[in-house]
Design a protein around this ligand. Structure first.
Ligand SMILES: [Zn+2]
Length: 160
């Protein structure tokens, strides 16, 4: 029996990442449909499973592996996009809390490098322009520097 199965599978494509994904999708849809009893969902899950089995037993290995590669690159771009999205949200949240905590001048701030994905501490001091109250962020530890307001171009000197 086992031998017959192996003989049957010889030269056929078998299961790959896309195949597993399709089987899971069909299974999840079938489980969801236990609640909804929707004929459209049922048909979609059967079609997905049929496609998964068709790929498994297919002899056109070249075309099947092309499909798998397209699936893998699509998956990579989706997961990369989601990771970037969360990274941006986290960055925004942490900036927001730091900005809320700072009242007036002399608070710290940190920044993430979005190119390398690494977060490192860059320390800033935040000053308010004495004229227009615009918040200005200046790198820390530069000694006494002249700050030019980017809104009203008013100049003032502060120690950072
Ligand atoms: Zn100003």
């Amino acid at each position: 029996m086992k031998e017959r199965f192996f003989r049957f599978m010889r030269g056929r494509y078998g299961v790959d990442a896309l195949g597993r994904f399709l089987i899971y999708c069909g299974l999840i849809l079938a489980l969801i449909n236990m609640l909804f009893h929707n004929i459209v969902i049922a048909i979609i899950s059967v079609v997905i499973w049929c496609f998964a089995y068709f790929r498994m037993f297919s002899r056109d290995i070249y075309r099947r592996s092309n499909e798998n590669n397209r699936y893998l690159s699509a998956k990579a771009s989706v997961t990369g996009g989601i990771r970037n999205f969360w990274h941006r949200i986290r960055q925004k949240l942490s900036n927001g809390t730091i900005n809320n905590a700072q009242n007036g001048s002399g608070s710290y701030s940190s920044r993430c490098n979005s190119f390398s994905g690494n977060c490192y501490e860059v320390q800033y001091k935040v000053f308010k322009c004495p004229k227009c109250k615009q918040k200005l962020r200046v790198p820390r530890g530069k000694g006494k520097i002249r700050i030019i307001c980017r809104r009203c171009t008013h100049e003032f000197i502060r120690r950072t």
